[in-house]
Design a binder for this molecule. Structure first.
Ligand code: NAD
Length: 478
């Protein structure tokens, strides 16, 4: 299983494979997937190009109806999807099940979008001329996805791409191909024609680069790290491809002195340690008003201890990510005060204890860089203005949250915080199918994802001038 081209699972051309292992127990080999590259991507693009003509002519409501069938099958197979996700990615089963539901919500939104692929009709400056716009699909599009949401992210890119009439070549993260393979299987079980959705598993520098460089691919939707994102943007610029990138985050929660401290503690601990901190929207910085620090810290430590590795706290996704997290913790010990955790948990699997650093300065590496593990950095401030300045002291700008009861501060925060998603009195995490998802500054490049914005990215607008004057003339001077 692994490479799916023109409606069939095919053997890798090169013969090399990637072993897929369970991060909670690396002795557990889940399966072997083809390490595909240029040859597989070429075949996949060829199949997608052939399928495009007929798929783009399939009425959009019919394309939407296919997603309704995907929803039914995904609902029936929810537990199976969540189980494989837990096994290959490590997130605990309830979180995996939650992610399956999130993907189903997205499918629901985009199934309906098949009935709403709207254009506009607008008055023309010219007499006797009807002017309107229609949306057209782009052609073959490339989707490159990360390992942290192995079901929801492939779904939130694939569903709008297909409903808009494009054909797809997807390359899932090399660490989580099994969950993406189930998604592809479900789309075909629902009746998707061969060649419309193709999947090439493999490493970024091989299969990923082949997608970026293929001249037939008209657009690339990428989610992943900033380092790779920059490469994606420059390759797409060189190939004149449309591109959208959702990249890293370093999300801050501000807790003011008038906040409900219990709900703030709950939100910060869920945001920081839930999903092992491996969410792009994870809370990695806590900015505390100095007058409530003594009241908050003991409660926060208690809440963090409620995340027990191997029970409700999953492992880092692989050994490399595990070593990255431990190395940031070592750096943090020389930059700030370690007040909780800081060690590997157990001796099997890539588990790290929930970890909290206090007295973290804005200049330190652990304040500035994305750690992507169960590590929270705490800093204090005296004024609201200082808090906003600290929150904005980051190259990233995905999500942020403010805890306060003061409505004027809420409104100022919503305007001044430099993020794409603003939360008030709730965690930094989460997205909803019908709402734009994405970030500003180094986090986001190109269109937002989910909602109508997903359809905007995967379509282009055509303007139609329908002149019924009979004069054959059109001039700026009349
Ligand atoms: P990554 O950048 O290492 O990999 C992402 C994908 O890119 C993988 O499929 C990988 O194989 C591929 N890739 C790697 N090199 C490539 C190349 N040269 N050309 C083309 N493709 C290449 O990221 P990751 O470690 O899988 O994911 C974690 C990152 O994703 C974090 O930074 C996280 O914040 C980010 N993320 C962002 C969002 C968001 O919406 N902003 C959502 C989820 C994850």
């Amino acid at each position: 299983m692994g490479t799916f081209i023109n409606g069939e699972w095919v053997l890798p051309v090169s013969g090399s494979i990637i072993e897929n292992r369970n991060p909670a127990n690396p002795d557990d080999l889940i399966g072997s997937f083809p390490a595909g590259g240029g040859a597989e991507v070429s075949l996949a693009v060829e199949a997608a190009s052939k399928a495009f003509n007929s798929w783009k002519k399939t009425p959009a409501p019919e394309r939407g109806r296919l997603l309704y069938r995907v929803i039914e099958i995904a609902k029936q197979r929810s537990e199976e999807i969540a189980q494989i996700m837990t096994r290959e990615q490590g997130k605990v089963f309830p979180e995996a099940l939650g992610e399956v539901k999130k993907g189903i919500n997205l499918l629901e939104y985009y199934a309906g979008a098949g009935f709403r692929l709207d254009g506009q009709s607008l008055p023309s400056e010219t007499r006797d001329c009807f002017t309107y716009t229609i949306r057209r699909p782009l052609g073959v599009v490339g989707l490159i996805t990360p390992w942290n949401f192995p079901w929801a992210i492939p779904v939130w890119k694939t569903a709008p791409a297909l409903v808009a009439g494009n054909t797809v070549v997807i390359k899932p993260a090399e660490l989580t191909p099994a969950t993406a393979a189930i998604m592809v299987e479900i789309f075909h079980e629902a009746g998707l024609p061969a060649g419309v959705l193709n999947m090439v598993t493999g490493y970024g520098p091989d299969a990923g680069e082949a997608i970026l460089n293929h001249p037939e691919i008209k657009a690339v939707s990428f989610t992943g790290s900033n380092e790779v994102g920059q490469r994606v943007i420059s390759a797409c610029a060189a190939g004149m491809k449309k591109v959208t990138c959702e990249l890293g985050g370093k999300n801050a929660v501000i807790v003011m002195d008038d906040a409900d401290l219990d709900s703030a503690v709950t939100a910060v601990s869920v945001g920081a340690f839930g999903s092992t901190g491996q969410r792009c929207t994870a809370t990695s910085r806590l900015l505390l008003h100095k007058d409530i620090k003594d009241a908050v810290m003991p409660r926060l430590i208690e809440a963090a201890k409620g995340f027990v590795p191997g029970e409700n706290l999953g492992p880092s996704v692989d050994e490399k990510q595990f070593q990255t997290v431990l190395s940031y913790i070592e750096t943090g010990k020389s930059e700030a005060s370690l007040i909780l955790g800081g060690n590997r948990a157990g001796n099997k699997g890539y588990f790290v204890e929930p970890t909290i650093f206090d007295n973290v300065s804005a200049e330190s590496k652990i304040f500035q860089e994305e750690i992507f593990g169960p590590v929270l950095c705490v800093s204090t401030f005296e004024t609201f203005e200082e808090a906003i300045e600290l929150a904005n002291n980051s190259r990233f700008g995905l999500a942020g949250s403010l805890f306060t009861r003061d409505m004027s501060r809420v409104l100022r925060y919503a305007e001044e915080v430099e993020v794409g998603m603003v939360h008030v009195n709730e965690p930094t995490i989460g997205g909803e199918a019908q709402l734009p998802f994405g970030g500003v500054k180094s986090t986001g490049y190109g269109d937002r994802e989910m909602c109508e914005d997903g359809i905007n990215f995967f379509t282009e607008t055509k303007t139609v001038f329908l002149n019924y004057s009979g004069s054959g003339d059109r001039s700026m001077v009349r």
